[in-house]
Design a protein around this ligand. Structure first.
Ligand code: ADP
Length: 439
């Protein structure tokens, strides 16, 4: 640190000179002796004084070292009691994945004793309780990850089934030293049981309320259809107009109620996923045909660009992927530009191993850059969206695509248009047990 000629633990004259130049003001106030000018002059000529200053300084350094050591011990103690008093379970691993610290909350959440987890590696630590975890998929990915993966952050939820039902938000991040080298990893278990229960109750309430609303709304729809089609007698133009407007409003309410029911089914994991070999080309053609009335009303043409080669079938839940296509194609039509030339929406199916890619491209109003980050959020609607909607379509689409093992993304430019891409694994989707289907 200081001059090369220093004897171990002692300071040379050069050291002192350098220190005095650098720290003279602080040093003088601490040691209460006249420094800089006078002493600098002195130590050039008077060995005794230099020795005295060396002694003062060395004992000052020793004092400071003792003080720092004491402070470090105190701080470590404080830090330990803070970590132990936290409600979150915390584990610190060294760079080889060995446990160096686990707080009381972690022991309580996992039902383990301090003795059980001393000096063990993360794999053995998790083995002690993984059997009590409901869905182990993401924990398994974390456990198989390399300890040396410096930048990897893991974040997911899981659930303990015994001895108590506890929902955990899992977070793990690397700990880096000053030189940005990996020195370990921190794991945090945050108990979200209360939030999960509130969410479950909320979803259940929405589901029950939507169910209760759907029955009378469906009955209203039938009665209005009878009137609208003049099966009960001829209507004058004013009556016809009123009935048609009432019918449209009722349809909007039914759509919203159905979307809410679907959201609660998706969120409460009650939705059954039943992948079956599916001809995606046929599925797309069906949805495009269905969207024809909407397309005509918006002066829009929907084109299908088929894959160059026939590639057979892939296993997906047809009803779910159909819903995603309906949401994306109807959005592309809805958010096309009004007036002017005919709007064109292009739906394309391509094989890009390991995925099948379906894209839906429009040249419509586009999504402003500053609002693109929220586009898949529940109930989110862009400020420029003047057309009626619930803000649930993309949220539902994303949940379905991800549950099917795929990914959804988009490119968009305001006033230029938007393209949504769905990547579905060629290997097919995984089935999931559940007691509900989409409405
Ligand atoms: P909704 O269409 O019912 O409002 P969505 O979840 O389907 O709900 O879409 C959310 C928002 O994203 C819409 O309100 C709209 O602002 C924007 N959006 C979706 N698709 C497009 C698109 N193709 N072009 C422009 N904006 C879009």
């Amino acid at each position: 640190m200081f001059g090369q000629n220093s004897k171990k633990n002692e300071l040379s004259c050069e050291d002192l000179n350098a220190i005095l130049n650098l720290l003279s003001s602080e040093f003088s106030s601490v040691c209460k002796i006249p420094l800089k000018g006078q002493i600098q002059k002195d130590f050039k000529f008077q060995d005794k004084k230099i020795a005295k200053i060396k002694n003062i300084f060395n004992s000052f350094v020793a004092q400071q070292a003792g003080f720092l050591k004491q402070k470090t011990i105190e701080l470590a103690g404080q830090l330990n009691s803070i970590i132990n008093s936290l409600d979150d379970g915390i584990v610190i691993l060294d760079k080889n994945g060995k446990v160096t610290l686990a707080n009381q909350s972690f022991l309580k959440i996992t039902n383990l004793s301090e003795k059980e987890i001393q000096e063990i590696k993360k794999e053995q630590l998790f083995k002690k309780f993984i059997e009590r975890v409901k869905d182990k998929t993401e924990l398994d990915i974390f456990l198989k990850s390399d300890n040396q993966e410096i930048n990897k952050i893991f974040q997911f939820d899981f659930q303990f089934t015994t001895p108590h039902y506890i929902f955990i938000k899992f977070y793990s991040a690397p700990i880096l030293d000053q030189k940005k080298n990996l020195s370990g990893r921190v794991i945090i278990f945050h108990d979200i049981t209360k939030e999960a229960e509130i969410n479950r109750l909320k979803s259940e309430f929405v589901s029950v309320a939507s169910h209760q609303l759907r029955t009378p709304l469906t009955a209203i729809k039938w009665f209005l259809e009878e009137l609208k089609d003049e099966r009960l007698g001829e209507l004058n133009p004013r009556q016809k107009d009123y009935i048609e407007q009432t019918y449209e409003s009722n349809e909007r309410m039914l759509r919203l109620v159905n979307d809410l029911l679907n959201v609660s089914r998706l969120e409460t994991s009650r939705l059954k996923i039943t992948p079956k070999p599916t001809q995606l080309e046929e599925l797309i053609v069906g949805v495009i045909d269905e969207s024809l009335p909407l397309a005509i009303s918006r002066n829009c043409q929907v084109k299908f660009i088929r894959p160059k080669q026939y590639f057979g079938q892939i296993a997906v839940d047809t009803a779910l992927i159909r819903q995603v296509l309906i949401n994306l194609i109807s959005n592309a039509i809805k958010y096309s530009k009004e007036g002017g030339d005919k709007n064109v929406v292009e739906v394309k199916l391509e094989k890009k191993p390991p995925f099948m890619v379906i894209s839906v491209a429009d040249k419509g109003i586009g999504i402003p850059a500053d609002q693109q980050a929220n586009i898949f959020d529940k109930f989110y609607r862009v400020e420029n969206a003047k057309i009626e909607g619930s803000g649930l379509g993309l949220y539902i689409a994303k949940m379905i695509v991800e549950l099917s093992g795929g990914k959804i993304r988009f490119d968009s430019e305001e006033s230029r248009g938007t393209t949504f891409y769905i990547n579905l694994p060629l290997s097919g989707s995984q089935p999931r047990a559940g007691d509900k289907t989409l409405t």
